[in-house]
Design a protein around this ligand. Structure first.
Ligand code: ATP
Ligand code: MG
Length: 546
């Protein structure tokens, strides 16, 4: 059964455009600045841009918005490509705004020729001061009156490297009293003698965002240029530049950026966490980056499902991290093989099971999957169970182990706790139990009815594994409203590392492989694993925690 979904506002616009024959087909783009790794917010933008093109038979470009030479790196470009593909999308063309530097320069010259741009020698402080305020108009300065010839000459000299950083800028000549502050002669080009990761030292002037973005959209004939709400005020300038340059009329549409509870989504701040070693790199499983999500074990299908579920909003809001975790659980429930792993071991001796004997018991990998298969689990006289699954003085309706009580060991037998061994301090160190041979799972003729089922592992064959338990990185629900340093809000217990005891089958796992550890959550093998010590990341708990 397919659910009839209503169109989001961008789909409505596209369907109207296609119905009116405004475009033969649509072209969108995803335009990351390669100055960091992609995060969950970018996933929203990727799913939206690529999803629209897939839905309407159009195409999507991956365009690196690499107009700022100082912060950009090749490492980031490579990782962005990997992340987009991991999410499940393929771009029509891989493009770079820096490849348009010559065309952008020519467009700037065209504006100068039309008397719509001028070279300004003011400092950035002077420019800011002359700009006025939202309630007071700005003041034009004398440079605004420069002739076309003088501007052409000065701009060429800027390009040729005649001036130092900050000595001059190129500005659009629009209206110093405009109600939209961005329209008060915005800066289009600045001088920056810096090495660019692609163009090297070919340029020492670089276009500003507003002069590069819309023009790149036009060059690529993007039909629907989708960005986040903070660019609403830029739309007027976007349109002004396209109109006055007489280039392809791309159109900008804005949607609400994705904000999530207990999460920060700003590359700049995430970079700070990496640089200051608050986390172990961009792909630390606690990071809201796509590489972090991948390493943690979030399936890309769950991220796409999540982006689909939250829809496309026109107003900023805060999305519950629990919704993403719900999508992750739903997917892993069907996909992940079950394994038994004891986190806090308590020894159980099965006194009526022969010493030295090992019985192999089949256990289903995943009853939720179509062909989940089975594995063999060793059963012996000495087992580990979870310390939490024993209580010396249990309340009524306690269905796990207690003195004299019975419980079923999953895929194995019913056992009864016969006696409790303590050390000198009174701590329980061992349980002695008997098993019921007729109660074997799948062949139970014991007639016994026990309510509790617990996981276990056979002690001699148990494999010690490192388990990394993650909690949220920040303690504050809405990180967008904080006013102090965001690092004051870090959760000091966001990572807890424990050694656990796993059934031997788990030793065969490969990095990236995903499991449900029975009753403990979903886990993913980490690339830090060695043959001697496998490492697992907790992807998500089995249920939403309070
Ligand atoms: P950041 O502030 O984290 O650096 P950004 O917007 O500067 O993000 P870009 O690389 O410029 O990052 O963004 C590429 C695209 O992803 C843009 O179209 C941007 O609007 C979109 N995007 C970025 N963050 C989000 C978000 N939280 N939700 C939705 N879209 C986003
Ligand atoms: Mg940006």
């Amino acid at each position: 059964m397919t659910e009839e979904k209503s169109l989001n506002f961008i789909e409505e616009i596209i369907e109207a455009d296609l119905a009116a024959g405004n475009y033969p087909s649509i072209t969108t783009r995803f335009p990351p600045e390669p100055n960091g790794y992609l995060h969950l917010g970018h996933a929203k933008s990727i799913c939206l841009n690529f999803g629209l093109a897939l839905k309407y038979g159009g195409k999507t470009n991956l365009r690196f918005d690499d107009t700022n030479p100082v912060t950009e790196e090749v490492e980031f470009v490579e990782n962005i490509k990997q992340d987009v593909q991991w999410l499940g999308f393929q771009w029509a063309h891989e493009l770079y705004a820096s490849d348009y530097f010559s065309q952008l320069y020519e467009l700037a010259v065209k504006l100068i020729r039309k008397g719509l741009a001028y070279v300004d020698d003011s400092t950035s402080e002077e420019i800011a001061e002359q700009k006025g305020t939202p309630t007071a108009p700005g003041k034009p300065n004398p440079y605004r009156q420069r002739s076309v010839e003088e501007n052409l000459k000065l701009f060429a000299e800027m390009k040729a490297g005649r001036y130092l950083d900050g000595a001059k800028v190129l500005r659009a000549k629009i209206d110093m009293a405009h109600v939209n502050m961005l329209m008060r002669d915005p800066v289009l080009y600045r001088i920056k003698h810096a090495h660019h990761h692609r163009t090297g030292d070919a340029w020492c002037i670089y276009p500003m965002y507003d002069f590069a973005h819309g023009q790149s959209d036009s060059i690529e004939q993007i039909t629907h240029s989708i960005c986040t709400l903070e660019f609403v005020p830029h739309r007027e300038l976007y349109n002004w530049l396209i109109e006055n340059l007489e280039i392809y009329p791309s159109k900008q549409y804005e949607f609400a950026r994705l904000n999530m509870t207990y999460t920060l989504m700003s590359k700049r701040k995430l970079l700070q966490l990496v640089n200051e070693k608050v986390v172990n790199g961009w792909d630390d499983p606690r990071m809201p980056t796509l590489s972090g999500a991948r390493r943690r074990g979030y399936p890309p299908e769950s991220l796409r499902e999540f982006c689909d579920k939250i829809g496309v909003a026109k107003r900023d809001n805060l999305i519950d991290m629990g919704l993403l975790e719900f999508c992750v659980r739903e997917h892993l429930n069907k996909k992940a093989s079950r394994r038994m792993v004891v986190f806090d071991p308590l020894k159980v001796i099965i006194t009526n099971f022969p010493e030295g004997k090992t019985e192999m018991l089949p256990s289903e990998n995943n009853t939720e999957a179509e062909n989940g298969g089975t594995r063999q689990m060793p059963f012996s006289r000495e087992l580990w169970v979870e310390r939490e699954d024993f209580m010396e003085n249990p309340p009524k309706k306690y269905f796990r182990l207690s003195p004299g009580g019975m419980v079923r060991l999953k895929s194995a037998y019913i056992i009864r706790c016969e006696s409790v061994i303590k050390d000198a301090t009174g701590k329980v160190v061992e349980l002695h139990a008997t098993y019921v041979p007729e109660s074997k799972s799948g062949h139970d003729t014991s007639g016994l009815h026990v309510k509790g089922v617990i996981h276990w592992v056979s002690a001699p064959q148990a494999v010690p594994v490192e388990v990394r338990l993650y909690d949220r990185l920040f303690l504050t629900e809405d990180m967008s409203t904080i006013e102090d340093d965001f690092k004051n809000h870090l959760n000091p217990h966001s990572l807890n590392v424990v050694t656990a005891y796993a059934e031997p089958e788990l030793a065969k796992a490969k990095p990236g492989e995903q499991f449900q550890f029975l009753r403990m959550g979903y886990f993913c093998q980490d690339a830090d694993s060695t043959d001697r010590k496998p490492v697992f990341n907790r992807t998500v708990t089995l249920r939403e925690s309070k």
